[in-house]
Design a protein around this ligand. Structure first.
Ligand code: C2E
Ligand code: CA
Ligand code: CA
Length: 633
């Protein structure tokens, strides 16, 4: 334990040394102290073993206050401060004990100062004022007792050590607390970043589907009316496909910004995924909600520059207005907005549609139909009817179109116009189609030579090994491919024109007949169809229907017939309902006719009878060649 002693009297210094005998000394008095210990010997070994072991003292002695101050300065700088200093009050010619104490305290706030005085030069209060605090300041009167000095030094030194340990521990603890606080802050930052990422869409930084559903859930539980909107871009796929994904991404960001800027105040605009956005906002009714949607849609229907290209894509919206705190299920709310959106898109895009219960009813009946259709074959609810296709000149029956009928036990007959699209959207169309083909071929074997014309949906046509499958069915029945006409629509071939052209070519090589159904309603230019191997075009019945009323319909019919003939194709006019239509079509050059005016689709037995008779007979069918009739309208 290091002790600093400052006293100008040599005799006093010596008495210190004697007091702390056994300890070492440093400073100017080293030699003297060594001498003293030689003289008095080291009797530490003789200490009683049970006595409190006295610390090992190392004395540093100075005669003058300034030296002591310098010593303390060094010690503090070296990180090895003194626990205790004994200071004499009168030390001429230098600074006195009070000043020494003041200066030492200024350097080392922790040192214990013991003022050793024979006079009451200064009151303790005076010294305490300049060299406090009081609990680190002590007084010993001269002449002092040895025991007193050692006892004081030991006690103060121990306390100083403990204080130091305490201070070190405290410092370490507060450093650790600081570290923990920093780590806590970092964790909190990480956590909020993770929460942000989990709740936001990385492309637009708008809330994502998860956040949207949560907000919708909260809003559903709160009071008051609110609108839930689903917005979908109209021609986004086109932008993506033609300008690339980067352009698509840029467009999504732009649209998101437009929606955020034009959504009603307080609205939550979220990106639900792809080109789909969800918006929730408070509203007092359906009408203002739809108006708000109209504004957002109008704002989206502008030219937007993405990657240097001006793009106009437009948006459609479905909106449902719900009363909050009324026990609604947020998932159901969103589903209704989605149904309304579907309706908006069906109705021509670029519009906002409010939800209406009939949309939900439509969905439910759709599901019922899908379920029923799955069992229709097994329950024997399906049947085929056959509609004659006649040749222009003598109206001879050259074939029959097979048309599917579904007569349900519960709901009676359901139109193919209703159930075929539903079957097409599920895999049911394959089972249905297989049944139709097999049944058509089975029935057709009873006919003398007519072909059967079977409708194939785009999904059937695109099915892998479509050709192999059809060929197998024909071979199984032992029928010539020339007696099967495959009816497909433009949708089936233009979605993947290359592959379709190849499929059609191979089918035709094998001898199958191929008819392009509903011609004129799709997007195929008349020019485009040249590259497909076809036998005939079937003019959609909407044109035949319009022929008598609209100039355009008549013109379209005429140009289709003209085109077909120039390409060497047959042209079947379907949906012929009147004598006038029939005459006009014959005159225009349609090679074949089909429609209620000639014959409705008939059951198998009647079809067999007609096939054998080869001609339709009825009062309205002229026997002779028709007289010339001008195109009406
Ligand atoms: P589609 O291929 O255009 O079939 C012609 C539709 O027109 C048939 O309706 C037929 O009954 C009807 N039709 C025939 N003549 C006339 C007429 O003079 N006037 C009017 N207004 N209609 C006439 P249907 O049987 O209701 O079939 C509707 C659609 O369902 C068909 O249209 C076809 O796309 C589809 N479809 C029917 N059966 C099948 C099938 O077995 N497979 C597939 N994939 N689709 C089928
Ligand atoms: Ca057809
Ligand atoms: Ca048709």
């Amino acid at each position: 334990m290091r002790i600093l002693i400052v006293d100008d009297e040599q005799a006093v210094q010596e008495s210190y040394v004697r007091s702390f005998k056994g300890g070492r000394t440093t400073g100017q008095q080293d030699a003297l102290n060594a001498m003293a210990s030689d003289l008095f010997g080291d009797d530490r070994a003789g200490d009683a073993p049970d006595a409190d072991p006295q610390p090992d003292f190392v004395l540093t002695l100075h005669h003058q206050g300034l030296d002591a101050v310098a010593e303390v300065e060094r010690a503090v700088a070296a990180g090895d401060p003194f626990p205790v200093a004994f200071i004499d009050v009168r030390m001429p010619p230098g600074i006195d004990g009070r000043e020494t104490a003041r200066r030492i305290r200024a350097i080392d706030p922790d040192i214990n100062l013991v003022i050793v005085t024979g006079y009451s030069d200064f009151s303790p209060i005076e010294i305490a004022r300049v060299a406090g605090p009081a609990d680190k300041l002590f007084y010993i009167a001269k002449p002092f007792e040895v025991g007193e000095i050692v006892q004081t030094a030991t006690a103060l030194g121990r306390r100083w050590e403990i204080d130091r340990e305490l201070a070190a521990t405290r410092a370490m603890l507060s450093a650790q607390v600081l570290l923990l606080e920093e780590q806590g802050l970092e964790l909190a930052a990480n956590e909020s970043r993770a929460i942000h990422i989990a709740n936001h869409d990385s492309l637009t930084d708008a809330p994502n589907r998860l956040a949207f559903l949560r907000a919708l859930g909260d809003r559903t539980r709160a009071e008051g009316g609110f609108a839930t909107v689903m917005i979908d871009l109209d021609r986004f796929k086109l932008v993506n496909d033609t300008l690339g994904h980067l352009a698509g991404d840029a467009l999504i960001r732009e649209i998101c910004a437009i929606l955020q800027a034009t959504a009603p105040e307080g609205a939550l605009v979220a990106r639900l995924g792809g080109d789909e956005f969800g918006i929730v906002f408070d509203t007092v009714g359906v009408e203002p909600a739809v108006m708000a949607c109209d504004r957002m849609i109008a704002a989206c229907a502008v030219d937007i520059t993405v990657l240097g290209h001006a793009v106009r894509c437009g948006a459609s919206a479905g909106v449902v207005v719900t009363q909050g705190a009324a026990g609604h299920d947020p998932i159901d709310v969103l589903r209704r907005a989605d149904l309304a959106l579907n309706d908006a898109k069906k109705a021509g895009r670029g519009i906002a549609r409010p939800f209406d219960e009939s949309m939900d009813e439509g969905m439910r009946s759709r599901r019922r139909i899908e379920a029923g259709l799955g069992e229709a074959i097994d329950k024997g609810e399906l049947s085929l009817v056959f509609q004659p296709i006649v040749a222009r000149e003598a109206l001879e029956i050259v074939g029959f179109e097979a048309l599917l009928r579904w007569n349900t036990v519960e709901h009676g007959p359901i139109s193919p116009a209703v159930f075929i699209p539903i079957a097409e959207e599920s895999n049911l169309i394959h089972d249905l189609g297989d049944w139709v083909l097999a049944e058509s071929l089975r029935v057709m074997k009873a006919w003398p030579g007519q072909y059967v014309s079977v409708n194939f949906s785009p999904r059937q046509f695109r099915r892998t090994n479509f050709i192999g499958h059809v060929m197998e069915c024909v071979e199984r029945e032992g029928i010539s491919p020339a007696r099967l006409q495959i009816e497909i629509t433009e949708t089936a071939i233009f979605d993947d024109a290359e592959r379709a052209a190849d499929t059609l070519y191979r089918l035709r090589q094998m001898g199958f007949r191929i008819a392009l159904d509903d011609f004129g309603t799709g997007y195929s230019s008349l020019y485009n169809i040249r590259k497909f191997a076809l036998d005939c075009l079937k003019i959609d019945r909407s044109f035949i229907d319009g022929m008598g009323r609209e100039r355009e319909s008549a013109a379209i019919v005429q140009s289709i017939i003209h085109l077909g003939r120039s390409l060497g194709l047959g042209v079947i006019a379907e949906g012929v309902e009147t004598e006038a239509q029939m005459q006009a079509l014959r005159l225009a050059g349609a090679s074949h006719l089909q429609g209620y005016h000639l014959s409705r689709p008939v059951p198998i037995a009647e079809a067999n009878r007609l096939a054998i008779a080869r001609f339709l007979c009825g009062p309205e069918i002229p026997v002779a060649m028709p007289r010339a009739v001008g195109m009406a309208g």
